[in-house]
Design a protein around this ligand. Sequence first.
Ligand code: AGP
Length: 373
Amino acid sequence: SATEKGGWDSYMDKEIHEEPLAVSDTLLGRFSVDGDLNLDEVRIDEDVFRSIDKIVVIACGSASYAGLVAKYAIEHWVRIPVEIELAHEFRYRDPILTPRTLVVAISQSGETMDTLMALRHAREQGSRVLAICNTQGSTIPRESDAVLYTHAGPEIAVASTKAFVAQIVAAYLLGLYLAQVKGTMYRDEIRQIVDNLKAMPEKIQWVLDNQADVIAQTADRMAKAHSFLFLGRHVGYPVAMEGALKLKEIAYTFSEGFAAGELKHGPIALVDEGEPVVVIVPSPRGRDVLHNKVISSIEEVKARGAFTIAVAEVGDPDVEHYADVIFWRPECSTLLSPLTDVVPLQLFAMDMAKLKHYDIDKPRNLAKSVTVE
Ligand code: AGP
């Protein structure tokens, strides 16, 4: 009913608007009085954490994209390899795990059968499994050695939104904690990132308050589009895949997310007059290589007639020359940008589904948690 949805049209709408809270609640209570990260709740010995030399993430769908976002951050902060494995693939492989490998199972529901079977497979081989989960007492955390809960609150809509951002936050906390115990970063650097993380709810709120109109208008303009391409680099790559998945799931529109650097290796052949291409643009500050490369990707698809929609940082001077439409986000570091950049893509998919009068919360053929293999 409308009351349960708190006045929102759909649970998805409500849950997207709960993202600032999902992020702040997931950060809450994870610091000691002196400001250091404190993950005592996971009950894995600090020495064990210190010995970890590889992380293997097992997850499906959006949760796997959250894991891929975290890979960029954790490898940078902790200098250990992080592999992302779709749970259903992991299970039938002969994965290389040692007692120093930490397997991280990411799941909103905690009941996804593929992820559960993969975690059993990992444990049978003597690996330690840490669950990042949104559902207290569900099967995946119960069968894991330890759990770090995301505090996004119950997620009802089939398309994951607030749980996705909370999963990124939890995985980042894990990464920063590892950096702290292993000493791969200075205390001040960790503090700085934590402060930046704490500022993210406000930035997400800014997107919700200021970009909803342009997003809805763009959905109107795009209502007849048959397919979408999503491009991103670095952390923008999983964000592109997540944006494409949302559009598939609820607007039933063919869409594909890929790494912008792959364009010339094939996908650019798809670009034709009027083809919508959504591009996740990294921060322009410092005008680093990453930013310039993504801007050139926009130029390349634009030159072939694409209709370009950019997600970019407020004040980016380059993006305006090339993009047809821009969804703005506030300034933030590249590593934290997925938390804001995914928001307009979620809203866009929802608006597209609304226009077509589809059931936003219960899309055809899909279940909230896939409890069969
Ligand atoms: C996301 O919008 C999907 N509905 C789906 O990809 C989901 O993320 C996946 O099935 C994993 O679910 P879980 O997090 O509950 O394990």
